[in-house]
Design a protein around this ligand. Structure first.
Ligand SMILES: Nc1ncnc2c1ncn2[C@@H]1O[C@H](COP(=O)(O)OP(=O)(O)OP(=O)(O)O)[C@@H](O)[C@H]1O
Length: 714
């Protein structure tokens, strides 16, 4: 391993990423393509484990996060959050029971030739060269372009260098006991089966302990959570609060699932340090019990931005004024989408003397703006370049030919029934497609669960729990599951469609090959996605593979899925009926509650929010990918009939893929070249001004401004 501390522009290569140096296990074995289906079967998996044995000494294969935390389950209080309640309402099991019923009905029929064929083992074919050829075919002009952009980049890097400081050298062969960490934490690490720090941990802990701001970037699954948790806990242990208890640490993360996971790591690390308290504050969990927990002034709060802002404005005793350490985990994702304004609000509410640590597996330009304004002389810890996938990830691609886009569902069905039977995450672009594939693959007899934003929090956590506990083999998810989730032993990630950007791709495939383990990603690539494929291939350190599934197999699965279509429709229709019924019941419940409150003349105080209703709706409209708006549009009779007609015509496999593609391209046109648009940089600079103003200035700014808009009623 080499270190480049004297070159301030360079990344700190704690993991050497040159092809020559990386000890990548030979996942391919002998180049016998016909044996490919064995790769995931048990004997081969064992072989893979053997092959990597001893090559990833930084990681402990045995370590696991706690899966069923009683405290988190307690948080899921109230009827919305009780498993039993949902089961009694049939919400958790209904869909799977219906699928099972329809399968039983089908089983009674004799097997069709397609079913016989479907059960035959895979004869997929793997090729190396095709994509290499593709790279060779790149026009010279492209290469020139790359050189040019490198030049620009180095200029920009120069400017950034004046801002960043470099990390002091650290020993890559350290063990935790050699670091300045207190006994209770060392004991906890040892109980978790962790003995030596990963490179990002070895680099971060001493710097963070010295109180410096940190900007860290390391590949997915490299142990970033413990990298920031350890110094935080050490500081809390070493420097207990002087006066009354108060919240001293805030960890912000983009998804509720990720917060739950970080909370679990804190609980594990504090198992021998009972005086440190950590509390979750995320949407979807019971508001009242969270308020009660926050009133106790926990040392650490782990939160998603939205719910935290709610507490800042509506929980009287809760304040961020005493925050000593702020962690922004998966910071780039939080700046995307709906979190932009909310991040501003949270950071502005934190004490200005805080230490800030920013972590991400990928860096964007927008995040660099955030770093400039919210971090103070940060130390830059870039363990890998910011476009790396995990070192032991094997990347495969399946070409979807032009005019054959409708094959995608059949291809995924073929992969899951013939080759990749368990520990697989399939990513789709939309919630609708996720749900449809749950039904479709369930009807094929696959034990599957879905994870996306249309589910309530209990359902989301329950699906995750079932997948972690291996009660289901396949998880089908949107990008909600792409960030930060650490699920043990995910063998394969399948992209039904390539995601919006390279960054999204890196995070998706980062759900496998974690903590020094091996893993595989398989992405379906159509003609429209070739530009992103090229970008991916440029970043490949290990040659990518092209998987070819024989067209006759795909056709068999297409026929099979067409046969299943009436059953899929039936399940979806039944569900729609249930949904309508449930929505009526909810409305009745709400009306009854309002009536009761009116009678008792109790009106619950309205909750405050930092934006007015109008501002919020405007922001949501701006961020929406489709043309649908919050404002109710009045349609003419003809328009209504037309909408009804398109809604009722059954969609074909091609239509569905087109819809998915449309979503991807809507995102890309909204974020051309990953948020480098003028509009976005304007947004970022406004962020800059807002953040550099101190509280007094902000108050006088809003006093001088036209009518104050912030702090509206929610
Ligand atoms: N020092 C260590 N030794 C062995 N295993 C470790 C160590 N630190 C963390 N791990 C393991 O690494 C896995 C990934 O950790 P973590 O989720 O923090 O990664 P991450 O870098 O945050 O990933 P992502 O970018 O996807 O969020 C955890 O399951 C944990 O088991």
């Amino acid at each position: 391993m080499s270190r480049q501390v004297d070159d301030p522009l360079a990344l700190i290569p704690t993991i050497d990423i040159d092809d020559d140096d990386v000890d990548v296990p030979d996942l391919d074995g002998p180049d016998e393509d016909d044996d490919e289906e064995e790769l995931i079967s048990k004997p081969r998996a064992h072989k893979m484990a053997q092959a990597t044995k001893g090559k990833a000494l930084d990681f402990n294969d045995q370590f696991q996060f706690f899966l069923d935390d009683p405290d988190e389950r307690r948080m899921l209080k109230g009827k919305d959050n009780s498993d039993d309640y949902l089961k009694s309402r049939g919400e958790l099991s209904n869909i799977d029971e219906r699928i099972a019923e329809l399968r039983n009905r089908r089983k009674k029929k004799p097997k069709s030739p397609s079913e016989v064929e479907e059960e035959k083992p895979s004869t997929d074919h793997l090729e190396d060269e095709s994509y290499e050829m593709e790279l060779e075919q790149e026009p010279v002009a492209d290469k020139m372009k790359t050189k040019e952009s490198k030049k620009k980049k180095s200029l920009k890097n120069k400017q950034q260098d004046e801002f960043f400081e470099d990390s002091p050298a650290f020993s890559p062969d350290q063990v935790f006991s050699e670091m300045k960490i207190s006994r209770p934490l060392l004991k906890a690490l040892s109980a978790m089966g962790l003995h030596s720090p990963t490179p990002i941990q070895a680099a971060t802990v001493p710097i963070a302990l010295a109180g410096r701001d940190v900007c860290a970037c390391a590949v997915t699954g490299s142990g970033k959570t413990i990298a920031f948790s350890l110094p935080i806990l050490e500081r809390l242990l070493y420097k207990p609060h002087q006066t009354a208890p108060c919240t001293r640490v805030l960890v912000l993360a983009p998804t509720r699932e990720l917060c739950v996971q970080i909370h679990q790591v804190f609980r594990q690390l504090t198992q021998f340090a009972h005086n440190i308290t950590a509390c979750l504050s995320t949407g979807g969990l019971d508001l009242k019990s969270q308020e009660a927990a926050l009133r106790l002034q926990p040392d650490v709060v782990i939160a998603t931005p939205g719910r935290l802002i709610d507490h800042i404005h509506n929980s009287p005793t809760f304040t961020l004024q005493n925050i000593e350490i702020l962690v922004l985990d998966e910071a780039d994702r939080m700046l995307d989408e709906y979190y932009f304004e909310q991040m501003k609000e949270v950071i502005n509410n934190c004490s200005r003397t805080r230490q800030t640590m920013l972590f991400s597996a990928t860096m964007t330009d927008q995040i660099k703006d955030l770093i400039q304004v919210s971090l103070n002389r940060p130390i830059r810890l870039f363990i890998d370049d910011n476009q790396s996938v995990a070192p032991y990830l094997r990347q495969e691609f399946i070409r979807v030919r032009e005019h054959r886009e409708g094959d995608r569902e059949a291809i995924v069905a073929a992969l899951l029934t013939r080759t990749f039977h368990d520990r697989v995450i399939v990513f789709a672009q939309t919630k609708k497609q996720c749900h449809r594939m749950h039904v479709m693959l369930g009807l094929l007899g696959i034990k599957i669960g879905e994870l996306h934003g249309d589910l309530n929090q209990t359902q989301r956590l329950d699906t995750l729990r079932r997948f972690k506990n291996e009660e289901i083999d396949i998880l089908i998810a949107t990008d909600l599951a792409a960030r930060g989730l650490d699920i043990d032993n995910v063998k394969t990630v399948i992209n039904f469609i390539l995601p919006n950007t390279l960054k999204h791709y890196i995070h998706r495939v980062g759900r496998t090959a974690r903590a020094g383990k091996t893993g595989r990603s398989i992405s379906l690539v159509g003609e429209n996605e070739r530009h992103l494929l090229k970008d991916i291939l440029k970043t490949c350190k290990v040659p990518a593979k092209m998987r070819i599934i024989p067209q006759e197999i795909i056709q068999i699965f297409r026929n099979k899925l067409e046969e299943l279509e009436p059953d899929i429709e039936e399940v979806l229709k039944m569900e729609y009926g249930d949904k309508m019924l449930k929505s009526c019941e909810t409305q009745i419940d709400r009306a009854e509650r309002q009536l009761k409150q009116a009678k008792a003349s109790i009106t619950a105080p309205e909750r405050e929010w930092f934006q007015t209703r109008n501002e919020r709706m405007k922001e949501q409209d701006k961020l929406r990918l489709d043309t649908h708006s919050n404002k109710k549009k009045k349609f003419s009779k003809e328009e209504r009939e037309e909408i009804q007609k398109t809604k009722s015509t059954p969609k074909t496999a091609d239509d569905r893929v087109k819809f998915e593609m449309q979503k991807v391209s809507q995102f890309q046109s909204r974020h051309p070249t990953e948020m480098k648009t003028k509009k976005r940089s304007r947004d970022a600079s406004s962020f800059k001004t807002d953040l550099t103003l101190d509280k007094k200035q902000r108050r006088s700014k809003s006093a001088g401004a036209p009518p104050p808009t912030k702090k509206s009623k929610r």
